[in-house]
Design a protein around this ligand. Structure first.
Ligand code: FES
Length: 572
């Protein structure tokens, strides 16, 4: 076996160790499996408890065929899977654990490259973080969105329409019975959420980073072209090993630039901010929160998809997908960014047609001229907070109102519908205790449901501020990812009911109108402090002790950076 293959460190030679490594792996592998053929792991997040990824076994089979065909040895490697809708308290609590576990498995095993199969929100970010820290040649196959379901003849955007329908019930405009009836129509097929939520966003972002076959992101899960692309990806993985093209070669500063452009032009999820910061942190690429505003905020919004627009992911794919979008903003891309194919991303744009101008708008007539994510600063968010203007009400982007403060999500649920809650349409709802440390895990609760008494008066949006995240399928004038969070001694812990707060998105400021001298005298009250998590043991303890704040990606401090693929000690 040529020495350049990493797996040869396990399999080459005639000593007892090599004998053991080979003998236990034979089990039907071809005779020449250990003689110079690259061993390709297929990191599979398929799980019955991650329903969005449950079909990845079939995708893995197509990857296997491609690897075999190109002379490699495919080896399926189940990795930690995170089902967004099923896990409590929040799947984000384990993104770093999934990344750490995958990283260690990639490094510990005799593999030369890896194909990453993800879909549901946290799975692609975790796999990319792992691959970045190990540095083995890697390529992503996104599992794809589901087909669009309908209820009473109307398409359903999963996630987004759950929020919409549940608000209708609370407003008294939809019966509980009809709400329940819609449940069986929400999920039409295999695949992940069909809106431009976090899963779709991270597939698009993976492609913009150069980590998928160009043109693949957004291919619906039941579409036969997904299996065709999986097959090709298996072939490509063998080539990646031969070329020793690693994630660090592909995911450069130029690629992150393009990912931010793609995020803005597609109206992608705010969750991509923490995930991109974490992935960049693993690679040592100097990406900051402000880069999202600097690069993305003047990119036009071209994709009319829920939650910001009207269409759904199968429309996006039919209309031409990401490449058709990027072709419209080609001048904003960094042309030096490459892809797993070894060719620059911009090479794939020449024949990227847009087939539906309602779904993918021309550059000249965007849905919004300036999209992206705005980064806010001020005495309420010294390290930054973000807002997605495309998902907000234009009339609330500059707003002054009095705070109505909730110490944690339980406090919020207990009081939000209290008829005596001193709140009106101009109030600013403040929810704390939902950051990485405080919850723990930074859940998607920032898009707080509005007080019932205001819903009944027809109010559909208010300014909301939180140190947590917001579902990529949600919408509203929501300031999120406030850093430092309340549980990390951020000023959010000091806000009191009735304080004036000013949000000025054009000026990029978030201001608590309380003098510094008075703020210095304030301390968090006992209820606030009691709302913060203080786990005694296990992963939650480790997480709370080491998680960083949202503005640096909410990774664990000891996981940033890379350790490479070298294993220093023998096994026996
Ligand atoms: Fe899995 Fe939405 S719940 S992608």
């Amino acid at each position: 076996m040529p020495p350049e293959l990493r797996s040869a460190q396990w399999y080459a030679g005639t000593d007892r160790n090599a004998y053991i490594h080979r003998a236990w792996m034979r089990r039907g592998l071809p005779r020449d499996a250990f003689s110079g053929r690259p061993h390709i792991a297929i990191a599979n997040t398929a799980s019955d408890l991650t329903p969005c990824n449950a079909h990845l076994g079939e995708v893995a089979k197509s990857v296997r065929d491609g690897v075999h065909e190109s002379g490699g040895i495919p080896l399926e490697l189940p990795v930690v899977s995170l089902g967004e809708t099923q896990m409590r308290p929040t799947a984000m609590l384990w993104r770093n654990m999934a990344a750490m576990a995958a990283e260690e498995m990639f490094r510990a095993n005799p593999i030369d490259g890896v194909v990453l199969l993800g879909g549901c929100d946290k799975t692609i970010p975790a796999l990319l973080m792992a691959a970045a820290s190990v540095g083995l040649p890697a390529v992503v196959v996104p599992g794809g969105p589901m087909l669009t379901g309908t209820f009473r003849g109307r398409p359903l955007g999963c996630g987004t329409d759950v929020w919409r329908l549940s608000e209708e019930v609370r407003a008294g405009t939809l019966s509980q019975e009809d709400f329940t009836r819609s449940e069986s129509s929400m999920i039409r097929s295999r695949g992940h959420c069909n809106t431009m939520g976090t899963a779709s966003t991270m597939a698009v972002v993976a492609e913009a980073l150069g980590m998928t076959l160009p043109g693949l992101a957004g291919t619906p899960a039941p579409d036969s072209r997904l299996l065709e692309a999986a097959h090709e990806t298996g072939q490509l993985a063998v080539e990646l090993v031969a070329e020793q093209r690693t994630p660090a070669d592909v995911m450069t500063a130029a690629s992150f630039h393009n990912a931010i452009v793609a995020l803005a032009a597609t109206g992608g999820s705010t969750n991509a901010v923490v995930h991109l910061l974490a992935i960049a942190g693993r690679l040592g690429v100097p990406l900051s929160l402000d880069d999202f505003d600097r690069i993305g905020s003047h990119v036009p919004l071209l994709v009319d998809l829920l939650p910001a627009g009207t269409h759904l992911m199968d429309d996006f794919h039919r209309a031409g997908g990401l490449l058709a979008v990027l072709r419209e903003v080609r001048d904003l891309l960094d042309p030096t960014a490459t892809t797993v194919t070894g060719r620059p991303l911009v090479d794939f744009l020449d024949d990227a047609e847009s087939w539906d101008r309602e779904v993918i708008r021309p550059r000249e007539t965007p849905l919004q001229p300036d999209a992206g994510i705005a980064v806010l600063r001020g005495n309420l968010a010294p390290s930054g907070a973000i807002i997605k203007p495309a998902a907000a009400s234009p009339g609330l982007l500059q707003h002054r109102g009095r705070a109505v403060v909730f110490d944690n999500i339980e406090d919020f649920h207990a009081r939000v519908d209290d008829p005596d809650l001193p709140v009106d349409a101009d109030s600013v709802l403040v929810l704390r205790g939902c950051g990485p440390k405080g919850y723990p895990g930074m859940p998607e609760v920032s898009n707080m449901p509005l007080p019932r008494k205001l819903l009944e008066r027809g109010v559909r949006d208010m300014v909301r501020i939180c140190d947590g995240r917001m579902s990529g399928t949600a919408y509203g004038t929501v300031v999120l990812h406030v850093a430092p969070e309340a549980a990390a001694d951020g000023p959010l812990a000091l806000v009191r009911d009735g304080d004036w707060i000013t949000l000025d998105v054009p000026a990029r400021t978030l201001t608590l109108e309380v003098d510094d001298s008075e703020l210095a005298l304030r301390t968090p009250n006992k209820t606030t402090l009691d709302g913060f998590a203080n786990p005694g043991r296990g992963w939650e303890r480790l997480y709370v002790d080491h998680v960083t704040q949202a503005d640096t990606g909410a990774d664990l401090d000891f996981l940033t950076g890379s350790s490479g693929s070298a294993v220093s000690r023998e096994s026996h």
